[in-house]
Design a protein around this ligand. Structure first.
Ligand SMILES: *[C@@H]1O[C@H](CO)[C@@H](O)[C@H](O)[C@H]1NC(C)=O
Ligand SMILES: *[C@@H]1O[C@H](CO)[C@@H](O)[C@H](O)[C@H]1NC(C)=O
Ligand SMILES: *[C@@H]1O[C@H](CO)[C@@H](O)[C@H](O)[C@H]1NC(C)=O
Ligand SMILES: *[C@@H]1O[C@H](CO)[C@@H](O)[C@H](O)[C@H]1NC(C)=O
Ligand SMILES: *[C@@H]1O[C@H](CO)[C@@H](O)[C@H](O)[C@H]1NC(C)=O
Length: 611
């Protein structure tokens, strides 16, 4: 999490002054132990004077109550359906108690530490300190860890807190978190021309005319999912957003070329979409030579083009957040190797009005995040949901985990297991898987070898079950039925009681797109997610135009009502971890969820009208 605006300091000052000295002192006890996940190696002690930005996550005073509101306002069977909460109502539910704030301030003060900033709801306090000072504050030792890709971070496997603070602090990071943002895109540049085996073009002549397996265009999506002919009626209220990390920002000239070719009615979107820069993220300029050299902005271009190609003039907002790894720590600049979602969330939740749908195509293995931190990040997504925003995440591009003998747990024993992703495993987000082919659609899968036998790595729609989050009530019935249908296959490799994902899916192979002024194709759940975001934004448009609130947090609706408005995907599986992975089957499965959208049906099921 980045540096919070200095303004929050001023807000806090009165609290700090009136707080009465409690003078609680208790011995330190271990708060959390978490081993480094696969790919990371401990190399040496971190240098004592390396400066880091530390985020202290205070326990939110009333998250259980927020969760209750979230489920009530998102459940179509509940009287409060659609009565989303205001920014202030959500903030009041998550702000920490005065006692928690007082005790944490007292502890910091006793250690001579001054807060550097606060999140909007004051549930996060940031401090900036050299490593040796953090080590004494948390009774721990930091080491430098190196990833196989060369990135280095200072982390620890265990840290402690005075006993009386254990109930008031959920998490402190960076300590044990190795979580990073990874774009879930699969670039076919090296292997252009591959098409799925046994492909037969659609027999339906309308689809046949517009859907080309080698280059899938907006007209194909519009026809396949039935948004064609829909005219937006609520563009003054409705918005759709997407997030960028890792230095990515969407390039307007590429978006303009794409829309001019594939969706000329919407070409003004290329000039009109809003680009927000957060925590020194990249701005709105043309692509630079450095970005071109390492393929930066492909994800951002894909996201904006996938959305604009289907959302028919609904205003688009793009958020580019800086401060994310890979980051080479220096002794001069504060090390800001925390994952970037919280920085963005704090920004988003501080806005009075936010887009009704936001798509994110980045994730990492769940086990890179300690459980306490995963909980907190997930809870922040619940805040957006309670305010009436659908938060969408791509399900990952590795099926149940990458091939190559790397599917091991960080339990300290290297137990073989599938590797679920995060935030895709968070129960408060809607997770999107990928399909390919058209009639019928099947699970997106590209085997690791090309026709010449050259190895490029596989791409499969990601899916599985969380090891941290239990299956929430809205899906328990279908996840249990699915587990039962496996007859024990894969027992021991996954958590049968976990939150299963994805929830729904959409096309994710060979999207036509523009990059560096040139047309190409790109794949991934990275494509499926913004495409679905565009379709859900049209659903919101229909709802709003019919005088209703937007869909908000989608899952309770999808699992009870929306499931009837999809194409069920029943062929293919979540290949990965050197196995065939979970098979798609009738109804929900952890590969494609319930299936792909049939827009006119969803509009009807949402109680709105198509025109
Ligand atoms: C072909 O597909 C189009 C678009 O999905 C649909 O409207 C039409 O009914 C289909 N035709 C047949 C014969 O199934
Ligand atoms: C399908 O797309 C590929 C790649 O852009 C192109 O080479 C081919 O001509 C297209 N096929 C048809 C029938 O348009
Ligand atoms: C970008 O486009 C320019 C101009 O067409 C071209 O010279 C250059 O090779 C391209 N770079 C990449 C990385 O595609
Ligand atoms: C687990 O795997 C890592 C990396 O291969 C190895 O360094 C470590 O010794 C293994 N631990 C156990 C308990 O086998
Ligand atoms: C589980 O058993 C049922 C009944 O014998 C069978 O129909 C189904 O295909 C089996 N499922 C798997 C994944 O083997």
């Amino acid at each position: 999490m980045g540096r919070f605006a200095v303004a929050f300091l001023a807000l806090l000052a009165p609290t700090a002054v009136v707080s009465s000295p409690i003078k609680a002192r208790t011995p330190y006890q271990v708060k959390e132990t978490h081993h480094a996940p696969r790919g990371w190696k401990r190399v040496e002690r971190a240098s004592a004077d390396q400066v880091m930005n530390i985020q202290i996550g205070l326990k939110q005073s009333n998250f259980e109550e927020l969760e209750r509101h979230l489920y009530e306002v998102s459940d179509p069977a509940h009287a409060r359906y659609g009565q989303h909460l205001s920014q202030q109502e959500v903030k009041d539910l998550v702000k920490p108690s005065d006692e928690a704030l007082d005790l944490v301030h007292e502890w910091l003060q006793d250690n001579g530490v001054a807060p550097a900033g606060y999140s909007t709801a004051k549930d996060w306090i940031s401090v900036t300190l050299p490593v040796d000072k953090i080590e004494s504050l948390l009774d721990t030792k930091y080491h430098t860890y190196e990833h196989a890709d060369g990135s280095r971070v200072a982390r620890t496997s265990k840290w402690s807190l005075p006993a009386h603070l254990h109930d008031h602090i959920d998490t402190i990071q960076p300590t044990t978190s190795f979580f990073r943002a990874r774009a879930e895109r699969f670039d076919h540049v090296l292997d252009a021309g591959w098409i799925p085996p046994a492909y037969t073009p659609p027999s339906n002549s309308t689809l046949n005319k517009v859907c080309n397996i080698s280059s899938v265009t907006p007209e194909c999506f519009q026809t396949l999912y039935g948004t064609k002919g829909y005219k937006t009626r609520a563009a003054d209220v409705n918005k759709v957003g997407f997030t960028n990390y890792l230095g990515e920002h969407p390039i307007r000239s590429d978006t303009e070329k794409f829309l001019a070719k594939y969706h000329p009615e919407a070409v003004s979107s290329a000039r009109d979409f809003k680009q927000f820069t957060i925590a020194n993220g990249p701005g709105d300029g043309p692509i630079t030579q450095e970005e071109l050299a390492d393929g930066t902005d492909k994800e951002a271009n894909l996201d904006v083009q996938a959305i604009a190609g289907i959302s028919w003039g609904t205003p688009i907002e793009s958020y580019s957040t800086g401060g994310s790894p890979p980051f080479i720590p220096s002794q001069m600049a504060p090390d800001n190797t925390n994952e970037p979602y919280l920085v963005w969330l704090d920004y988003l939740l501080s806005q009075p009005s936010i887009p009704q749908v936001i798509s994110t195509s980045y994730s990492d293995d769940e086990q890179t995040v300690p459980r306490s931190y995963a909980n907190r990040v997930c809870q922040e997504f619940a805040r957006a949901g309670a305010r009436g925003t659908s938060i969408l995440f791509s399900s990952g591009d590795d099926g149940v985990g990458p091939d190559g003998g790397v599917c091991v747990s960080n339990d300290g024993k290297n137990t073989t297991q599938f590797l679920p992703g995060f935030p895709s495993s968070c129960p408060y987000v809607t997770t999107i898987g990928a399909t390919m082919k058209f009639q019928p659609e099947v699970v997106a899968y590209r085997p690791p070898f090309d026709r010449a036998g050259k190895h490029y790595g596989a791409y499969t729609s990601g899916g599985g079950f969380s090891n941290y989050f239990e299956a929430p009530k809205y899906q328990k019935q279908v996840t249990e039925a699915y587990v039962k249908s496996l007859n024990g296959t894969f027992d021991g490799l996954y958590n049968k009681k976990g939150r299963g994902y994805p929830d729904i899916s959409a096309q994710g192979m060979y999207f036509a797109y523009f990059y560096n002024g040139t047309e190409g194709t790109i794949s991934g759940t990275s494509a499926s997610c913004p495409l679905t975001g565009g379709i859900i934004s049209l659903l919101n448009d229909a709802r709003i135009a019919s005088g209703m609130p937007p869909m908000g947090f989608l899952n309770p609706w999808i699992y009870s009502v929306g499931r009837k408005g999809v194409n069920d995907i029943t062929s293919g599986s979540a290949h990965g971890c050197d196995t065939a992975g979970f098979p798609a089957q009738k109804g929900w499965d952890p590969v494609t969820g319930f299936g792909t959208p049939i827009f006119p049906e969803l509009v009807k099921l949402a109680g709105a009208s198509f025109s």
